[in-house]
Design a protein around this ligand. Structure first.
Ligand SMILES: Nc1ncnc2c1ncn2[C@@H]1O[C@H](COP(=O)(O)OP(=O)(O)OP(=O)(O)O)[C@@H](O)[C@H]1O
Ligand SMILES: O=C(O)[C@H](O)COP(=O)(O)O
Length: 529
C-alpha cells in the first residue's frame, strides 16, 4: 500500500466549492439507528462482481448491476457429494473436476494469491488417493479466444507441489491431443486442461462443447464454487452428459457456511455489509435483514441512504437511481425509530467509518454468535481510510477466538482481512466473489442446481459448527454509520469522465481512470490526517 503522504493528488470534476472543504479538518460524526427489528422484506436479487484484485480501477467494474426478482431459497441445495462416492466408484475412473483456479497473476505470471488452488486440493487429493484419474478444468480471467497470458500453465508447479505429484498440462481442453493425454493418464494422475474460456462455447454453454468436455470422463465433480453462479459448459453443461455429477468438498463447505450458517445461525446473528454501491449490495441487505438480529452498514453505499433521508452528503458516493429503493428501506426503519444522521458538508466525501462507529459496531458485535461480513467499511485500499475496515477485521478475529462463527463473503472483504493478517482465524473465508454474493442474496447457483440430488450430507467443519439453535435474542437490527474525518480538495483541471487515480500496486504511479466518481475530492497532498 502506498504512503499516502507521498501520493499524488487526485483530481476530478468539481461537484462543490473547494474552499469549504479544505478549510475543515473534520466533520461531525453521524449515525442513525433503527430501534426495532425490520421484518417482512422480501428477497430481491442483484448481481455484482466482487473482485479479488486490489486495483482501484478494476473495482469499478462491479458497479451498476441491476436488481432482479424474487428467487427460491438455496437451503434446499443438498447435493450428492464426492464424499458419497466409494473407492469402488472411483478406482480407475476418469473424473472431470471443474475447479475455480482463477487466481491473480502478476506481470511475470507469478501467482500472487494461491488461495483458490489450495482450496481445490482436498477434492483432488481425495480422488487421486482413491485411484481416480483426474481431468482438471478451470477458467482463468476473461479471455476472448486463445490468449497466452490466460494460460493455466503457470499454475502447474504450485498444483504439483500441493498435490505431491507431477501434474500433466494439456495445451487444449478438448480434441485428439487431449484425448491421448487422458488415455495415458495413470490411476492417481492429474491432467490439467487448458483454460476452458479459450472457447467462446464455454460461456455460451453450448451443448456440443459440453459434450466434448464430458466425453473425456466417466463422472463429474464440480468444486468450482467461485464459478457456480455461471451456467457455463464446464459447470452446468457437462452435467447433462456425465453421471454422477457431484459436489466437491470446497463447494459443499462454501454452501454449508454461506447457506447453512446464514439460514440457521447461532444467535445473535450479525451481518456487516459495506462496499461501494447500494446497487451491488441491496439484494444482500434485503436478504440478510430477514435473517439477522443486527445489521451494520458501512462503506460508500451508506450515502445513498443518507441522501434518501434528505441529508447533505457532500461529494460522497450516491446512486441517484437507488434513492427510491433506499427510501423504502428507510421507511421501514423509520417506522421503528431512526436517529437522524448529521449532514456532510459540501465538498466533503465520506471515505471510512470513524472511531465512534467502530466502537458502536464493536459493542454491537460483542455478544454475537455468528457474524457474516460482506464489503469493506471504507476505501481500505488507502491506509488512511482502512482504519474502520481493519478495526472490524480485528474485532471479528477476536470474536473467532471466542468461538463465534465468522464468515467473510468474498472479494474486497477477503482482501481486507488478508491484508490485516487475520484471515486464518476466521471460521470461513469464501473463495467466491460473485457466487458468494448471489448466495447471500438468496439466489440459487446454476452450477450447484445442475448436480445430482442427494440426501443432505454432513460437512466436516474446520471451525465452530453452527448446528445449535439458541433462542432468538432481543438484539435489534441496527443501521449504523459515522463518517470519518478526511481531507478533501476538488480540482477543476480534469476533463469530464477522466480522473487521475493511482494504482496502489505500483506505488507513486498515476494513471487515468474512467468513471471514478468516488475518487473525486481526494487529496492527500500535505494531509496529515
Ligand atoms: N465511503 C466510500 N466511498 C467510496 N468507496 C468506498 C467507500 N467505502 C468503501 N468503498 C469502496 O468499496 C469498494 C468495495 O465495494 P464493492 O461493492 O465492490 O465490494 P465488494 O467487492 O463486493 O466487496 P465484497 O466482495 O467483500 O463483498 C472498495 O474498493 C472500497 O474502496
Ligand atoms: O473470480 C471469480 O469471481 C470467478 O472466478 C468467476 O469469474 P467470472 O466473474 O469471470 O465469471
Amino acid at each position: 500500500m502506498a504512503s499516502t503522504a507521498a501520493s499524488p493528488a487526485f483530481c476530478g470534476i468539481p461537484k462543490a466549492s473547494t474552499s469549504a472543504a479544505t478549510a475543515r479538518a473534520s466533520i461531525p460524526a453521524t449515525r442513525f439507528f433503527a430501534k426495532n427489528p425490520l421484518r417482512g422484506l422480501g428477497f430481491s436479487a442483484a448481481a455484482a462482481e466482487p473482485l479479488l484484485s486490489h486495483l482501484v480501477a478494476t473495482k469499478l467494474r462491479s458497479f451498476g448491476s441491476s436488481s432482479a426478482k424474487p428467487v427460491r431459497g438455496v437451503a434446499s441445495m443438498a447435493k450428492k457429494s464426492v464424499g458419497d462416492l466409494t473407492a469402488a466408484d472411483l478406482k480407475g475412473k476418469k473424473v472431470f473436476v471443474r475447479a475455480d483456479l482463477n487466481v491473480p497473476l502478476d506481470d511475470n505470471q507469478n501467482i500472487t494469491d494461491d488461495t483458490r488452488i489450495r482450496a481445490a486440493v482436498p477434492t483432488i487429493k481425495h480422488l487421486i488417493s482413491n485411484g481416480a484419474k483426474v481431468i482438471l478444468s478451470s477458467h482463468l480471467g476473461r479471455p476472448k479466444g486463445v490468449t497466452p497470458k490466460y494460460s493455466l500453465a503457470p499454475l502447474v508447479p504450485r498444483l504439483s507441489d500441493l498435490l505431491g505429484i507431477q501434474v500433466v498440462k494439456a495445451d487444449d481442453c478438448i480434441g485428439p491431443e487431449v484425448e491421448k493425454l487422458v488415455a495415458s493418464l495413470p490411476e492417481g494422475g492429474v491432467l490439467l486442461l487448458e483454460n476452458v474460456r479459450f472457447y467462446k462455447e464455454e460461456e455460451k454453454n453450448e451443448p456440443e462443447f459440453a459434450k466434448k468436455l464430458a466425453s473425456l470422463a466417466d463422472l463429474f465433480v464440480n468444486d468450482a464454487f467461485g464459478t457456480a453462479h455461471r451456467a457455463h459448459a464446464s459447470t452446468e453443461g457437462v452435467t447433462k452428459f456425465l453421471k454422477p455429477s457431484v459436489a466437491g468438498f470446497l463447494l459443499q463447505k462454501e454452501l454449508d457456511y454461506l447457506v447453512g450458517a446464514v439460514s440457521s445461525p447461532k444467535r445473535p446473528f450479525a451481518a456487516i455489509v459495506g462496499g461501494s454501491k447500494v446497487s451491488s449490495k441491496i439484494g444482500v441487505i434485503e436478504s440478510l435483514l430477514e435473517k439477522c438480529d443486527i445489521l451494520l452498514l458501512g462503506g460508500g453505499m451508506i450515502f445513498t441512504f443518507y441522501k434518501a433521508q434528505g441529508l447533505s452528503v457532500g461529494s460522497s458516493l450516491v446512486e441517484a437511481d437507488k434513492l427510491e429503493l433506499a427510501t423504502s428501506l428507510l421507511e421501514k426503519a423509520k417506522a421503528k425509530g431512526v436517529v437522524p444522521a448529521s449532514a456532510i458538508p459540501d465538498g466533503w466525501m465520506g471515505l471510512d467509518i470513524g472511531p465512534d462507529s467502530v466502537k458502536t459496531f464493536s459493542d454491537a458485535l460483542e455478544t454475537t454468535k455468528t457474524v457474516i461480513w460482506n464489503g469493506p467499511m471504507g476505501v481500505f485500499e488507502f491506509d488512511k481510510f482502512a482504519v474502520g475496515t481493519e478495526a472490524i477485521a480485528n474485532k471479528l478475529a477476536e470474536l473467532s477466538g471466542k468461538g463465534v462463527t465468522t464468515i467473510i463473503g468474498g472479494g474486497d472483504s477477503v482482501a481486507a482481512v488478508e491484508k490485516n493478517g487475520v484471515a486464518s482465524v476466521m471460521s470461513h473465508i469464501s473463495t467466491g466473489g460473485g457466487a458468494s454474493l448471489e448466495l447471500l442474496e438468496g439466489k440459487e447457483l446454476p452450477g450447484v442446481l445442475a448436480l445430482d440430488e442427494a440426501t443432505p450430507v454432513a460437512v466436516k467443519m474446520d471451525k465452530a459448527p453452527h448446528s445449535s439453535q439458541p433462542p432468538r435474542s432481543k438484539a435489534r437490527p441496527t443501521f449504523g454509520m459515522e463518517v470519518s474525518r478526511f481531507r478533501a480538495r476538488i480540482s477543476a483541471d480534469c476533463g469530464p469522465g477522466t480522473f487521475l487515480g493511482f494504482d496502489p500496486t505500483k506505488l507513486q504511479e498515476t494513471q487515468p481512470i474512467h468513471f471514478v466518481s468516488w475518487l473525486i475530492a481526494l487529496d492527500f497532498s500535505g494531509s496529515t490526517y
